[in-house]
Design a protein around this ligand. Sequence first.
Ligand code: KG4
Ligand code: ZN
Length: 351
Amino acid sequence: MGSEAHIVLGIETSCDETAVALVTSDRDILAERIASQEEEHAPYGGVVPEIAARAHAERLAPMLEGVMEDAGLALADVDAIAATAGPGLIGGVMVGLVSGKALAMAANKPLLAINHLEGHALSPRLADEALEFPYLLLLVSGGHCQILAVEGVGQYRRLATTIDDALGEAFDKTAKILGLGYPGGPAVEKLARKGDPKAVPLPRPLKGSKEPHFSFAGLKSAVLRAHESGEHTDADIAASFQQAAVDCLIDRLSMALNEAGPFPALVVAGGVAANQSVRGALDALAAQHSMRFVAPPLKLCTDNAAMIAWAGCERLAIEPDLAGDPLDIKARPRWPLDPEAEKVRGAGVKA
Ligand code: KG4
Ligand code: ZN
């Protein structure tokens, strides 16, 4: 680690992963711990906010101690604490943020309020030192589906978002329809490998539309109808759903590239970025446009605290003088990355 390097302690509790990590501005992940709540939420087929908040509260303190121990560091060795302050399930966000405040006050360290989406947006730079701004980012998670021009730290231009469901949500709902359990994305991907992606005719919502956005609600309903018809195998439905989703991503990204391009790199982040079909199709699209394709390793795609600590490192690099009272920071259930972005039609828009 270089002498100028900072060490940031990251805390992530915005959804159903409790995560803590220590990361340096030299891109070293010194220690990290992550506890998934899959078992707690699985009986309900989705994340139950009350259960999530309680699980974060029970697990966070021992995990914080554990990470410091793993790295052989004391709080005094840390330069700043970075906690997710939104968007997300407010109870969980508050558990992480309040813990961050307590640590910052006790150790007299600055507290950085990190936007969870900024964590995802900058995570590819933690994994890839050569990735410079600007880049075109596809952010696909359980709560969001956006195309962003990432022009610098804190400089995000939203080019597209979903007018209804996020892509991860569509994967999770498809999994529920097919009885695959929660979380659905990896299970749908696994089953899709055994199916024919052309077997079931499914719509590609908004494909070719001048509107830049995504829509997945109609696709989900079509999956339900295909399942109820009894005419198709579950594997064929999973494969055809995944293919339809990928086609929508490529269509919308091609449009964004035509409108806002060129960009030196195409980058994918968020939980759905773990999907190999999605990665393969994006890689091919990037090659067509002579762009580099960057996808972080799988463990940095799904929710984690290393990306939050890294976003803290990136913030420290542009604002080394962090004044301000940690107690003034508020948890934000909604927190768009691009506050200037136009509001889009649709009820399910999360940010
Ligand atoms: O980024 P993330 O961990 O949490 C949010 O911020 O939402 O994303 C979780 C989402 C879930 O909807 C999950 O089903 C989806 O990412 N996901 C996948 C895969 N792995 C996770 N979707 C498709 N294929 C995967 N392999
Ligand atoms: Zn996330």
